[in-house]
Ligand binder design. Structure first.
Ligand code: OAD
Length: 241
């Protein structure tokens, strides 16, 4: 079964950790998931920036180290090729929950990083004027301090207990309002707001497609179609690019 992309004007793709699995990046949930090994309250919650920021860096610093050698896989490249081969009257928006930057590395251009990026570091102090900076230092030994205000520095990602920043939130809503094709790829669909996007897409009458290794549990009726398998195998088969 092929998806004929030429029939659609506003394509929105939502991705999650499953898309980066073939690049050697661990998913968060499931048998070998990050949150099986690391307690999310200790290593992933925003409150730790105040009392134990080293834990945040211990976990997410490892991802920075992995990204020194990780490469995009065929799932990333297929999505990039889809965007590059569109007609001028078609729009493609890739909303990703991934913080690894592999979509952009594969050539995707219109990417909304809903959960931020691990590739940048910023100050945890909201009143500090330090701009986010590119940083590939893992800082796994000690949380770095801000050169401007002396506060703690943090990876530029959205932690548990935090809101999605206004810009990616608004950009996602805008894309969803107009979409006629919506695909969710490699995400367990348990983290909001991304988990609700399919309902917005359904509401505006889009074709809604779920692509994942595992079936959704419980089944979300807002999805019209479900394709089960590895994104890196299914995506080239679903789209002729
Ligand atoms: P999860 O780890 O929750 O889900 C990954 C999904 O990918 C699972 O449903 C797997 O079955 C599926 N999967 C695994 N390998 C796959 C493959 N090769 N092809 C297709 N699917 C595959 O990851 P997310 O849904 O992305 O937040 O998690 C959402 C957020 O929760 C993350 O962004 C992260 C996490 O806590 C932050 O770190 C800010």
């Amino acid at each position: 079964m092929k998806i004929d992309i030429s029939r659609y004007k506003q394509i929105v793709v939502l991705t999650g950790a499953g898309v980066s699995a073939a690049s050697g990046i661990r998913t968060y949930r499931g048998k070998d998931g990050v949150w099986q090994e690391y307690d999310v309250q200790v290593y992933g919650h925003v409150d730790r920036l105040e009392d134990n920021p080293k834990k945040i860096w211990q976990l997410f610093g490892q991802l920075r180290d992995q990204l020194k050698t990780a490469k995009p896989n065929i799932a990333h490249y297929t999505l990039a090729a889809l965007e590059q081969n569109l007609r001028p009257d078609q729009q493609f928006t890739l909303i990703t929950q991934n913080v690894d930057g592999l979509h952009q590395q594969a050539g995707s251009a219109n990417v909304i990083e809903l959960h931020g990026t691990i590739r940048k570091t910023r100050c945890a102090n909201p009143d500090c004027d330090l701009a986010p900076v590119d940083d590939d230092n893992a800082h796994t030994e000690e949380a770095p301090r801000c050169p401007s205000c002396g506060g703690v520095l943090r990876p530029d990602i959205v932690l548990f207990g935090e809101q999605i920043p206004a810009l990616p939130s608004w950009q996602s809503k805008k894309a969803l309002r107009e979409c006629d094709l919506f695909l969710s790829i490699g995400t367990s669909g348990v983290v909001s707001p991304a988990s609700n996007f399919v309902r917005s897409a359904q509401y505006v009458g889009a074709r809604t497609i779920y692509v994942n290794l595992d079936p959704m549990l419980p089944r979300n009726p807002a999805f019209q179609e479900e394709y089960l398998g590895r994104a890196e195998e299914l995506l080239p088969a679903l789209f002729s690019v």
